[in-house]
Design a protein around this ligand. Structure first.
Ligand code: NAP
Ligand code: HSE
Length: 437
């Protein structure tokens, strides 16, 4: 059988872009055979920022350009892969490719969560798909699962660990007792972190992914401005130790849940998860997403959530799908919102139990002062603790933690505003959810 050659324009040759080149070289022939010999793909152009940067030996230097339009407009390029990140130039590349009716493959969750509405409108206008499996949970095929395998299910909930960098940092802080900065550096060296790791540690990388999952599951666009996000930068060793003593582990958790009135709860924050829950054993760069569909019930997807090879695996799968669609003139699928109006549940109305850490002046009566405010708001206390710092037992300022019964988050926020104004409290309280999942 004669095969149809498809040219790839690879915008970005960093961690993931290099992985894609290597994966195509390693398994290109296997892919061709699996496609019945009908499809052949080769990289025609590679966009980078710095032409002089050393590249992996498999990268053909003659294909490199620093001019993005040369890449997108090249007539030998049939499919454009966007792996540069960010929401500026990446947008221009994707928009231009769509306008030329060249299918796009991207791993850029920030771009799709922030500017997806514009891009999917262009995708529809030009009847040209955007494939984005690599944008959520690295190598785990969760996008295809929600879009295809579970198309006959109403999704009741999705809950998971969807940032490999944060999960890696939390584990290294917990097990190797590394400080935050050292653990982050390791994650960067391993190629897990974003080029700007702020998005990993402040929760926004995971929030972008959660927005994409919720948008797919519930069919309406979700504005990032309405999503409550907290990252792991406030997690201290005391929190990890205290969680362990109580039978929990600290995880950066995405919670997406449909309520009986069909409103959607969507939040992202460090959470205490029971050590007996399956998500508690998801460690290092691994991600896991638990999906509850009304037909399928509970299901769990687990795998590497970041890094060169797992992410390239997802990109290559999308490339094959894009090439097959071109070869067989299949209709555009991509993201098809079905126009449903949806409503996000205001964060103030979400309910869980809480772990709250206060930085207080160590003097008699502090517990009572905080407990009084909580009682005035009818928030129950299930425990309180103020560990002595063995290195400084006479410290003037100490951490004091409270475990609180389930209550609406808005009520907790009101109480914490009053508590933060007390003389004995020295900084903003730190809040983690205690999840019943
Ligand atoms: P990266 O290692 O920082 O690579 C980015 C690449 O884009 C580099 O080759 C860089 O050129 C090029 N680039 C950046 N800005 C450019 C510009 N203005 N003009 C031309 N080229 C530019 O990033 P990455 O980790 O591969 O991630 C790429 C995308 O995949 C991001 O959207 C990220 O969120 C997503 N993703 C990453 C992972 C992961 O595990 N790393 C997983 C899933 C999704 P130089 O090489 O010359 O610097
Ligand atoms: N920085 C991201 C993470 C890459 O650590 O999960 C995968 O999207």
């Amino acid at each position: 059988m004669t095969s149809t050659p498809y040219g790839i324009g690879l915008a970005g040759c960093g961690t993931v872009g290099t992985g894609v080149i290597r994966a195509l070289q390693r398994n290109g022939e296997l892919i061709r055979q699996r496609c019945g010999g009908s499809i052949e793909m080769s990289v025609k152009r590679i966009l980078v920022r710095d032409r002089d940067k050393p590249r992996h030996e498999t990268v053909d230097a003659s294909l490199i350009t620093t001019d993005w339009q040369t890449l997108v407009d090249d007539p030998t390029v049939h499919i454009v892969v966007e792996l540069i990140g960010g929401t500026g130039l990446a947008f221009d590349i994707v928009a231009r490719a769509l306008s030329l009716r060249k299918p796009v493959v991207t791993g850029n969750k920030a771009l799709l969560a922030e500017r997806g509405a514009e891009l999917f409108a262009l995708s529809k206008q030009h009847n040209t798909p955007i494939h984005f499996e690599a944008a959520v949970a690295g190598g785990i095929p969760i996008i295809k699962t929600v879009q295809e395998a579970f198309i006959g299910n109403r999704i009741k909930a999705m809950c998971g660990i969807i940032n490999g960098t944060s999960n890696y940092i939390l584990q290294r802080m917990s097990e190797a007792k590394l400080d935050f900065a050292t653990a982050l550096r390791e994650a960067q060296d391993l190629g897990y972190a974003e080029s700007d790791p702020t998005l990993d540690v402040n929760g926004w990388d995971a929030a972008h992914k959660a927005i994409l999952l919720a948008t797919l599951a519930y069919g309406f666009p979700i504005s990032p401005a309405l999503v409550h996000v907290a990252g792991i930068e406030q997690v201290k060793p005391i929190d990890i130790d205290f969680a362990q003593q109580l039978g929990y582990v600290v995880k950066l958790l995405a919670v997406i849940r449909q309520h009986d009135d069909e409103s959607i709860e969507l939040r992202l924050q460090p959470s205490f998860v029971s050590k007996h829950h399956i998500l508690a054993s998801v460690n290092g760069v691994f991600n896991a997403v638990a999906v509850h569909g009304d037909g399928v019930g509970e299901s769990l997807f687990y795998g590497r959530g970041a890094g060169e090879d797992p992410t390239a695996s997802a990109v290559v799968a999308d490339l094959v799908e894009a090439a097959r669609s071109l070869a067989h003139k299949l209709p555009h699928r991509g993201f098809l919102p079905w126009g449903k109006e949806g409503r996000l549940l205001p964060i103030e109305e979400t309910r869980t139990a809480y772990y709250v850490r206060f930085d207080v002046t160590d003097r008699p009566g502090v517990v009572a002062e905080i407990a009084t405010v909580l009682a005035q708001h009818r928030i129950g206390i299930s425990g309180t603790h103020s560990p002595v710092n063995p290195e400084n037992p006479d410290a003037e300022f100490v951490d004091m933690v409270f475990l609180l019964h389930s209550c609406p988050f808005g009520l907790l926020q009101q109480a914490l505003r009053e508590i933060a104004a007390l003389n004995c409290v020295n900084s903003e309280p730190v809040v983690f959810r205690i999840e019943q999942i």
